[in-house]
Ligand binder design. Structure first.
Ligand code: CU
Length: 172
């Protein structure tokens, strides 16, 4: 189980503006995006050498027949830097990592390859910024539900959390 707490807010992310390159990272990210399982070592949030702590996680309820939803977590590293490279969930067919960018005065969502977790610091996924994008929902996200999510990290491997669904406009 993860604990839901609020901490100091810092934002860290890497935009995916780089040209197409065949690298291990992009292959892993592509695999993660398709929901295939990865041959990465499995650790838990408290595994030695991968001291990541997940907190403050939630999803927003999806209105009506919406086929997309958004999720948020705070990832704290008590040790080395790591990168969130994807996630899986039975709640959607197409998981993506997204951020928001200003484009001609409009806030738009943009996919990112990975989300950096700084050494000894935090990555904060929150409304209006970085988020877990649930595309092609398998069922509406209803307030009060709990959704299993497997976060996939470059170093720490896979960390499973259960995120509560809050109201459609929930900010935390
Ligand atoms: Cu999005």
């Amino acid at each position: 189980m993860c604990k839901y707490r609020n901490g100091p807010k810092t934002l860290s992310f890497q935009a995916s503006g780089a040209p197409m390159m065949i690298s291990r990272r992009s292959v892993l990210a592509a695999l993660a995006a398709t929901g295939l399982s990865l041959a990465l070592p499995l650790h838990t949030a408290r595994a030695e050498g991968a001291p990541l702590e997940i907190s403050g996680g939630f999803l927003r309820a999806s209105p009506g027949a919406a086929k997309i939803g958004a999720g948020f977590v705070t990832i704290r590293s008590k040790g080395e830097a790591d990168r969130l490279i994807g996630f899986r969930s039975p709640a959607c067919a197409r998981p993506e990592l997204h951020t928001h960018v200003m484009d001609n005065g409009m806030m738009r969502m943009r996919q990112v390859e990975a989300i950096e977790v700084p050494a000894g610091g935090e990555a904060v996924l929150e409304p209006g910024g970085l988020h877990l994008m649930f595309i092609d929902l398998t069922a509406p996200l209803a307030e009060g539900d709990n959704v299993p999510v497997t976060l996939i990290f470059e170093k720490a491997g896979e960390i499973e959390v259960s995120l509560p669904v809050k109201s459609a406009g929930a900010m935390k």
